[in-house]
Design a protein around this ligand. Structure first.
Ligand SMILES: Nc1nc2c(c(=O)[nH]1)N[C@H]1C(S)=C(S)[C@@H](COP(=O)(O)OP(=O)(O)OC[C@H]3O[C@@H](n4cnc5c(=O)[nH]c(N)nc54)[C@H](O)[C@@H]3O)O[C@H]1N2
Ligand SMILES: Nc1nc2c(c(=O)[nH]1)N[C@H]1C(S)=C(S)[C@@H](COP(=O)(O)OP(=O)(O)OC[C@H]3O[C@@H](n4cnc5c(=O)[nH]c(N)nc54)[C@H](O)[C@@H]3O)O[C@H]1N2
Ligand SMILES: [Mo]
Length: 741
């Protein structure tokens, strides 16, 4: 999120692409309703289904899944044609918008109607209403990301906001509604296979910075890997780890995966469940650290080598978490771990002891900084405070320096001392924003509630766009223009990210020899804190002030381009807007694109499949399906189906139906009549498990642990398809065939 939920109350227009906050973020949704009530904000919803969120919208467009890029280009077509864009903003703060303008010229409202299914007149109505009501905020969630072009979608939406000058504004920005509790923290702390914590890459330099901070030798770290190259190679993803086990397609590892450790994932939430099941069966060892009877243990036919370690829940542990808007929260323990369960960290500590690297594992928590170097400062550590301090000490990239446990606890104790809309503190919290939204550059910095806002001083959370990609590209400057000067900054317009070599020149200061000696090479690794200190004194952010890139030369598509889903209902359009060529060695596996799309699947599988969430269940659903009262709200797995489509197949409301997928898999579910889906598509919730392709697996649960609600997993029929950059599964735009069971 560039802004935050409370800030949405400052918006005059709210456009939502592929999110259903009335159901999935009901508390956050209140800010949207308040914006409507108090600010007369316009609410526009673009969704293939008429959702509970859509029911609150002023304007709603029923889009065909996977066609948001043409829709947004259609908006841009009209925005540029009618001069609704912000030329001054684009000139000073955006790189490469001319390429976008060229592409947008092609997307007339009529063409957009053909591809997206949204009438041309409605495209015009939405473009005009949104572009002329400022500031406007753009929200998205999984409806944009779970596509083979998901990463392009997530670039297209900010481009729309940049064209309108809505980025870095109160009431504007891109407010991406995050998923799980602390998923932002999990991402920042690198529950990812391709970075180190804080998005430091996998280069030797990054590893050395961490080795230094953890108080371990770089060589020792390197020896943890079977070969040096693996240290610098992206790992498997959650989406496709099973391919590393099955090795049916080309896999880039020295040996097959033989053991799987699951700690906080439901497994039935992963696409290609039939493959997942085969992979689980083939493992030597499956360890699940879980508060519940995780259904990975239920769907597998494996008879031995499966262990479930009882794990404490979030109510039985303490520490900091990160909310959807980059704010930190300190959480207190409610009760001690119940029965024989252990907290997640304790399980990891025991694991580290067994494997003989406990000392190295925890040493980072006993380190501090002296003269710009990390050194061991004590012999014991206190969990979780010292873990939080370790994070604050190391992570400069996203500005976590200010997140000391003392400050976070003070925020927890003073919840009532902050304003809901501005996040500004009062009384003892004056000068700070609630939760110190990152970047929080120093131990006294306020935090930054609205990213890229040059209208407020850096000391109050202001900043430009990060200068991450050099200072010029093919002779054109990448730095912000003169009219994009940060309020109160001593440096006019753009400037590069600060390094030891350039800081004196950029800021016009003189460093003492001692300062030069202890200063780190650049702002990302400067443990002395001097770069941040001098930057803030000069009123600039350490990370530079650049143009946002609409044109990205390192991406498969330099500007976002429409590409039809792998399984498209419009095979005619796949010729015009083809997917990518198959990709070799993406996160250690080959990923298919063109070789799937070359077949016209729509002949045999004519119905669009989209999947998503229900309000009473979360994720793979095991937690709530174990609650009698929540399970009673929706005890059975179902498919939302339009009566017109059902009629064609002789299906009545409440009939059991088979849903067949192109991979040859099938599930048996109940038909639920609704007009919320058009007759060309069905919707499946993905929260169920316990049945597999018609087979009842309830006998596989440990005794007494069959959930109150069980059913087929939607992911048994979600189609093959992955994003070209992130490998997120295409669970929102597949094809199926249905028949009465
Ligand atoms: N009750 C409940 N709340 C949750 C969760 C839960 O499981 N249950 N999960 C949490 C998590 S992990 C997450 S990530 C968030 C997700 O929150 P959301 O993203 O809101 O969740 P979804 O229901 O998966 O999808 C959102 C909407 O995208 C629409 N959509 C599908 N395809 C497209 C498309 O191509 N274009 C457009 N414009 N829209 C499309 C769907 O119809 C759906 O209404 O929710 C969080 N909150
Ligand atoms: N078809 C389809 N599939 C999807 C999606 C979709 O929209 N459609 N959405 C995707 C998205 S966005 C997400 S985030 C995933 C969500 O899917 P999962 O990541 O599977 O989400 P949860 O069901 O919340 O799984 C969390 C697991 O962690 C356990 N757990 C809870 N608390 C703790 C704890 O403190 N410690 C430990 N060790 N374990 C704990 C829970 O019991 C549960 O088994 O699903 C994805 N899959
Ligand atoms: Mo999620």
């Amino acid at each position: 999120m560039t802004n935050h939920l409370g800030d949405i109350q400052n918006s005059k227009a709210i456009i939502i692409f592929g999110a259903n906050p009335a159901v999935n973020h009901p508390v956050g949704f209140k800010h949207i309703l308040k914006a409507k009530e108090r600010n007369n904000a316009l609410l526009i919803v673009i969704d293939p289904r008429y959702t509970k969120t859509a029911a609150k919208a002023d304007i709603y467009a029923k889009i065909r899944p996977g066609t948001d890029i043409p829709f947004m280009y259609g908006m841009l077509h009209l925005i540029f044609k009618h001069g609704w864009h912000d030329p001054d903003y684009i000139k000073n703060r955006v790189f490469g918008m001319d390429h976008v303008i060229e592409e947008a010229k092609k997307w007339t409202p009529e063409k957009v109607e053909d591809v997206t299914g949204v009438p041309a007149s409605l495209v015009y109505k939405i473009a005009r209403a949104y572009a002329t009501s400022k500031p406007g905020t753009l929200l998205w969630a999984m409806g944009l990301t779970q596509h083979s072009i998901g990463s392009s979608n997530t670039r297209m939406a900010p481009i729309l906001q940049l064209a309108l000058g809505n980025m870095g504004k109160f009431g504007g920005g891109c407010n991406i509604l995050r998923g799980h509790d602390n998923v932002q923290g999990a991402t920042d702390m690198c529950c990812l296979s391709h970075t180190l914590p804080g998005y430091y890459g996998l280069s030797e330099g990054s590893w050395k910075y961490f080795a230094h901070n953890w108080g371990v030798d770089f060589d020792w770290l390197q020896k943890r890997f079977a070969a040096k190259k693996w240290m610098h190679t992206k790992g498997f993803t959650l989406a496709k780890w099973w391919q590393g086990v099955l090795q049916e397609e080309k896999t880039y590892s020295d040996a097959p995966i033989r053991a799987l450790w699951v700690q906080g994932n439901g497994i039935t939430s992963i696409s290609q469940q039939a493959k997942v099941q085969q992979a689980l069966d083939k493992l030597d060892l499956l360890v699940i650290a879980e508060p519940f009877a995780n259904e990975a243990a239920v769907i597998t036919n494996k008879k031995d080598g499966v262990y479930i370690l009882p794990t404490a829940s979030q109510f039985e542990c303490e520490g900091s978490v990160t909310a959807t808007n980059r704010t930190a929260q300190w959480r207190s323990k409610v009760v001690d771990p119940l029965y024989e369960s252990k907290t997640d960290e304790e399980i990891m500590f025991i694991f580290a002891k067994k494997f003989g690297f406990y000392d190295e594992f925890v040493r980072g928590m006993m380190m501090g900084v002296k003269n710009g170097k990390a050194v061991k400062v004590k012999d014991t550590f206190k969990w979780p405070e010292d873990a939080t301090s370790e994070i604050a000490r190391i992570i400069k990239t996203i500005g976590l320096t200010g997140w000391t446990p003392e400050r976070l606890k003070k925020h927890q104790q003073n919840w009532h001392m902050f304003d809901e809309v501005t996040l500004k503190g009062i009384g003892p919290m004056k000068g700070e924003y609630y939760g110190l939204p990152w970047p929080c550059w120093t131990e006294t910095h306020s935090g930054s509630p609205v990213l890229y806002n040059i209208d407020i001083p850096v000391n109050e959370g202001g900043m430009g766009f990060r200068a991450r990609f050099g200072t010029e590209y093919k002779g054109e400057s990448l730095l912000a223009g003169p009219r994009a000067t940060i309020k109160g900054a001593k440096v006019r317009g753009g400037y590069p990210e600060l390094t030891k070599d350039n800081i004196e020149k950029v800021l016009g200061i003189k460093l003492s020899p001692k300062e030069k000696e202890i200063m780190g090479k650049n702002w990302k690794v400067d443990l002395s804190g001097l770069i941040a200190k001098y930057a803030l004194e000069a009123g600039v952010a350490p990370y530079g002030n650049a143009k946002a890139r609409a044109y990205v030369w390192t991406f498969p598509d330099k500007i976002p381009l429409h590409r039809e889903p792998l399984h498209t209902p419009r095979f005619d359009l796949a010729k015009k807007y083809p997917t990518y060529p198959d990709k070799k060695n993406q996160y250690r596996v080959d990923t298919k694109f063109a070789s799937i799309q070359k077949t016209d699947w729509s002949k045999e599988f004519p119905i669009i499949l989209t999947t998503g969430r229900l309000v009473m269940y979360s994720g793979a659903g095991i937690i709530e399906r174990n609650s009698k009262y929540l399970a009673a709200l929706q005890p059975e797995m179902f498919a939302d189906i339009n009566p017109e489509l059902a009629y064609k197949h002789g299906i009545s409301d409440g009939d059991m139906i088979w849903v067949h997928a192109p991979e040859g898999t099938k599930i048996k579910v109940k038909a639920r009549f609704t007009y919320s889906v058009a007759p060309d598509r069905i919707f499946l919730p993905f929260h169920y498990a316990g049945f597999m392709q018609g087979e009842d697996l309830r006998g596989n649960y440990p005794e007494g642990l069959v959930p109150y609600a069980t059913g087929e997993a939607a992911n048994t029929v979600t189609n093959y398809g992955y994003d070209i950059v992130t490998q997120i599964p295409e669970t929102k735009a597949g094809l199926v065939r249905i028949e009465k069971a």
